[in-house]
Design a protein around this ligand. Structure first.
Ligand code: WQD
Length: 340
């Protein structure tokens, strides 16, 4: 039996593959390498001593995906493969809808035909938009996300709920808050592709002198220090939650639809300036920054209520912001040895 991990050489995908292999799952990766690099596969093998099967193709190539299901006994899927740049999604909506939704539907066609269950979907707290109350619960009403990227996540959830209900299958929607950090081995982490959109990779590159200074997008938010607040969750803790969610689905032998939904965060909010300070303290480096206008589409505050994942998955985030940010700096040092 094998678990199909799409986007398995990407940031969250690669860390989840490590945890799956550490839990003795057989792993089949499909990744088109559009947002990852082949050396990540070698490093996964170095970390775990195990070799996942790897197919380098685009999930929109349905005929190639069918061959994977013909060749392996797939017993579940963790679907990471998606474009995820919020700003880019606004200027390339059709590419985002095609890539993020067609690839999902191609997998579901195979699941439907072959009677396969146990589908874990990489969703996002962005489906809540700016929630009215903090912390955010799983039953907090969803709002139409501002970005096309966020809309593809919300549509993906709806497609999967309909799939589970119509064919009596088991799914788990994992709503990530803000994933940060790198594996403690410093052999895998968030690969910098172009100018980073997200805060922590930009902080990392500023500290390394690759970027001149960090633009802090707005300090006029109604928060303690005026900068926006997010829930930054360490990537390995997040990866472990995927294994827990998968094990829960696989242990459920009911023949009716199962729709699990979990917020995956730390339950604590941190402002942009708190992240900058924590990075400087954790790594004894300076991060020069300038205050700029707000970024279009940003929300003020988001942090998770994590009771449900703790109760139903027996999982909680164990890693502090500073510890997570220390792994980021180690990863940057590793990248410098690769001249990447
Ligand atoms: C965090 C905070 C920025 C960069 C998005 C997606 C989410 C998830 C993570 C996709 C905000 C501020 C950022 C910078 C800054 N999935 N910031 N200067 O926007 O909360 O979430 O990415 O990867 O689904 O919605 O993450 O890291 O971009 O921003 O001041 O150079 O840092 O304004 O307040 P975000 P982020």
């Amino acid at each position: 039996m094998a678990i199909l991990v799409t986007g398995g050489l990407g940031y969250i995908g690669s860390h989840t593959v490590v945890e799956l292999l550490n839990n003795n799952f057989e792993v089949v990766i499909v990744d088109d390498l559009s947002h990852s690099e082949r050396f990540i596969l070698k490093n996964i093998e170095e970390i775990t001593g195990k070799k996942p099967v790897f197919y380098p193709f685009d999930l929109k190539r349905k005929e190639l995906l069918t061959q994977v299901f013909d060749a392996h006994e797939i017993d579940g899927c963790i679907n990471f493969a998606a474009f995820k740049a919020v700003g880019e999604s606004q200027v390339k909506p059709v590419d985002y809808y095609e890539n993020n939704l067609f690839s999902l539907i191609n997998i579901l066609q195979e699941f439907k035909e072959r009677g396969i269950s146990n589908f874990i979907f990489s969703s996002s707290c962005t489906v809540y938009g700016q929630a009215d109350e903090m912390p955010i619960h799983e039953n907090t009403p969803l709002k139409m996300p501002e970005s096309v990227y966020g809309k593809t996540k919300q549509m993906g959830e709806e497609i999967l709920i309909d799939f589970a209900k119509a064919y009596h299958r088991k799914i788990s929607l994992l709503r990530y808050f803000n994933p940060i950090g790198a594996h403690p081995s410093a052999k895998i982490g968030e690969l910098p592709i172009g100018v980073p959109n997200n805060l922590v990779p930009f902080v990392m590159q500023t500290a390394a002198g690759i970027r001149e200074k960090l633009n802090v997008w707005g300090n006029d938010y109604p928060t303690e220090d005026g900068t926006a607040v997010r829930d930054y969750i360490y990537i390995v803790d997040l990866a472990k939650a995927h294994v827990a969610a998968l094990k829960k689905l696989m242990a459920d032998d009911s023949d009716h639809a199962v729709v699990d939904i979990f917020n995956l965060g730390t339950g604590k909010g941190s402002s942009v300036l708190e992240v900058v300070k924590a990075f400087e303290t954790a790594n004894d480096v300076k991060v020069p920054y300038q205050i700029c206008d707000r970024r279009e589409g940003d929300i003020t505050i988001a942090y998770a209520n994590v009771d449900k994942a703790q109760k139903e998955l027996n999982w909680k985030s164990e890693t502090s912001l500073e510890e997570a940010l220390r792994t980021v700096w180690q990863w940057q040092k590793y990248l410098e040895t690769r001249n990447t």
